[in-house]
Write a protein that binds this ligand. Structure first.
Ligand code: ZN
Length: 171
């Protein structure tokens, strides 16, 4: 547990902020902030709650995002495998000049009870230029090693909450 005395950046009073560990302060955990005291944090949250969220990031199936950007129809299992290969090569390159082992984000896969096969899941990014803007697209994939061609691919996009329409890539 890590509790620190910090100063509220709005009202200037000293308060306790818990940085880690199981909750030990008397104030509600949801008002725990390293920037604002519980009173100020509550005021901020109560106010923001009244303002509707217009846009948010969401992960959707790539097929469902093609109508937003037709270039996503090129994002096939083949394409994802290329990206994975490229990232692995880059990681190896970095490894040469580093004393640390390669870090790889591993996702908990599913297990098929009948065959005992484990699914493989992960995250890769590519970079495209759209409307004069460079965009890093983040893909999530999962597949059964015996059926790589049936890979499920999703992508983070920005949606308008009222309509559910995709308006951009996640930012
Ligand atoms: Zn305050």
């Amino acid at each position: 547990m890590d509790i620190r005395i910090v100063i509220c950046s709005h009202c200037g009073k000293e308060y306790e902020w818990q940085a880690s560990g199981s909750w030990a302060l008397e104030t509600p955990k949801k008002y725990n902030s390293d920037k604002y005291c519980p009173d100020c944090q509550k005021a901020i949250m109560d106010t923001l709650e009244k303002i509707p969220i217009l846009f948010k990031n969401k992960s959707v199936n790539v097929e469902d995002a093609v109508k937003f950007d037709s270039s996503l129809s090129q994002v096939t299992p083949q394409y994802i495998f290329e990206l994975i290969k490229r990232e692995e090569e880059k990681a190896k390159e970095r490894q040469k000049s580093s004393m640390f082992p390669i870090m790889k984000r591993v996702f908990a896969g599913l297990v098929n009870c009948e065959t005992g096969e484990s699914s493989i899941a992960g995250e890769v990014t590519d970079s495209i230029i759209k409307n004069y803007r460079s965009i890093n697209r983040q893909f999530f994939y999962s597949y059964w090693p015996s059926k790589p061609e049936e890979m499920k691919i999703s992508i983070s996009v920005r949606i308008e909450t009222e309509t559910g329409n995709i308006v951009d890539y996640a930012r």
